[in-house]
Write a protein that binds this ligand. Structure first.
Ligand code: SF4
Length: 450
């Protein structure tokens, strides 16, 4: 039990150990992380990997444009203010779709197609219909799950109709906070009624799975602000909720300089917000998924978390079991069992590469056997399941690093198996980093562990 320094509330679930959360850590949407990418992996390797695929794949298409740029945003995106720029980008994306589909062995099953960004609804609804049709036809996809990230500020009725009519199964909406003052402080103003209307319209269009992205640790945000946002969110009943901690890294993301750093909650307040969010959403019937996602029990993500099949990839926590993800578009990442490749990030240079009839992979990393073993352990810890650490039991740095977490019941070691406890979740990234052999090599500032 822990008493809040701010409100006096007693939290039952999570003990607070600031010394174990002091080290900035990666979010581990891959292992090795993107910091380890270099130019030794490029288009040629990417082409060979696609040609050699022998299993079902998932597709990801990146739309790096938004109607308005939010100050906190860490995505590769730019303003959608030039029609010609959008049209040229979509032409290049069409071309890349044809290129990649032409390399992939015929008959490869396509399980999922995800559109992310940026905001895919920054393009015209008709352009989306054309793009999806191109992807479905080129890859011969039959009834895949289709997910789309959307910005509710630009979600027209026409877009709603298109999402419903094209068989989109899952929509993820950027909400962040429903408090108007905090919205102004992060450069993203969208009234609560807009979110409620968008949710109702998406339901009306037949979208059966809706996700809200929320954030804690925002400038000026108090525990009661977050409580109000969570309660209003729960009342709208999205199937999934992601509750991310805001990462303030203006040295890496210059657009964050507009955010008043002096108004950011400190680490103790962030911890309290994460703990309260966990308790409130759990009490409302949501199943915790990994360290920052929640889903209704009937949702595939909740079933994967409870059944031990949850995965972590570039899109966060997922119930997608595919080992191969083919990313298309500027900065999109492709994932193969032995390899990660990222496309050229700059949209203009991406277009030039593709117009030369070449793939756009320009950075990446090979995964050694040791990388894959460490990656499996890291993924297991983040996904809340037991991890076999037999290969690292004699590594003194890992065992010494684990000792304080074990001593405080934040994780349990039983033989070679590292088991999560009821208190692992907020420390999962701080435990995972112990298995990351690169963190002492590449010194770069990551975000707070909570
Ligand atoms: S709408 Fe989403 S992707 Fe676009 S700037 Fe805002 S947070 Fe970033």
């Amino acid at each position: 039990m822990r008493k809040s320094q701010v409100t006096g509330t007693v939290w039952a679930m999570w003990p607070y150990h600031p010394d174990l959360l002091a080290r900035p850590v990666p979010r581990y949407t891959s292992y090795p992380t993107a910091v380890e990418f270099d130019e030794s992996v490029g288009a040629e390797v990417q082409e060979n990997a696609i040609r050699a695929v022998l299993q079902p794949v998932s597709l990801y298409l990146h739309i790096p444009f938004c109607e308005q740029i939010c100050w906190y945003c860490g995505c590769n995106t730019g303003a959608a203010n030039r029609t010609q720029r959008l049209a040229s980008y979509l032409d290049a994306l069409d071309q890349e779709v044809d290129l990649v589909a032409g390399l992939l062995p015929k008959g490869t099953p396509i399980g999922r197609i995800a559109f992310g960004g940026g905001s895919p609804n920054a393009i015209a609804p008709l352009a989306f219909v054309r793009l999806l049709d191109r992807v479905m036809t080129a890859f011969g996809a039959a009834a895949p799950d289709i997910s789309v990230e959307i910005d509710p500020r630009g979600l027209s009725q026409e877009w709603m109709r298109v999402l419903g009519a094209t068989g989109v199964t899952h929509v993820s909406m950027g909400v962040q906070t429903l408090n108007g003052d905090i919205q102004a402080r992060i450069g993203r103003v969208q009234p609560q009624q807009m979110i409620a209307d968008a949710t109702a319209s998406l339901r009306g269009a037949g979208i059966g799975s809706i996700n809200f992205d929320l954030m804690y640790g925002l400038p000026g945000q108090s525990l009661s602000d977050l409580t109000e946002t969570l309660d209003a969110t729960i009342a709208m009943v999205p199937e999934r909720i992601a509750l991310f901690g805001y990462a303030h890294v203006p040295h890496l993301l210059p657009r964050q300089r507009r955010i008043d750093a002096s108004a950011l909650p400190d680490q103790a307040a962030r911890f309290e917000m994460a703990a309260m969010g966990f308790e409130r959403l759990s009490a409302a019937g949501y199943v915790p998924v990994g360290f920052d996602h929640f889903a209704l029990p009937s949702d595939g993500l909740a079933r994967a978390a409870e059944g031990g099949s949850l995965r972590r990839n570039f899109q966060g926590f997922t119930d997608d079991s595919s080992e191969v993800l083919l990313g298309m578009g500027a900065s999109a990442i492709s994932n193969f069992p032995e390899l990660i490749v990222q496309n050229e990030k700059n949209a203009g240079r991406y277009r030039m590469l593709i117009s030369g009839d070449k793939l756009a992979g320009e950075r990446g990393v090979w995964r050694s056997e040791d990388d894959r073993a460490r990656g499996n352990i890291i993924e297991g810890i983040l996904c809340g399941r037991a991890a076999n650490i037999a290969a690292y039991r004699n590594a003194p740095d890992i065992m010494e690093g684990l000792a304080p977490f074990i001593a405080r019941d934040l994780v349990r070691l039983d033989g070679d198996m590292l088991w999560p406890t009821a208190h692992t979740r907020p420390y999962a990234r701080a435990i995972a980093v112990l298995f990351d052999t690169n963190r002492n090599v590449h010194k770069i500032e990551f975000s707070s562990a909570i």
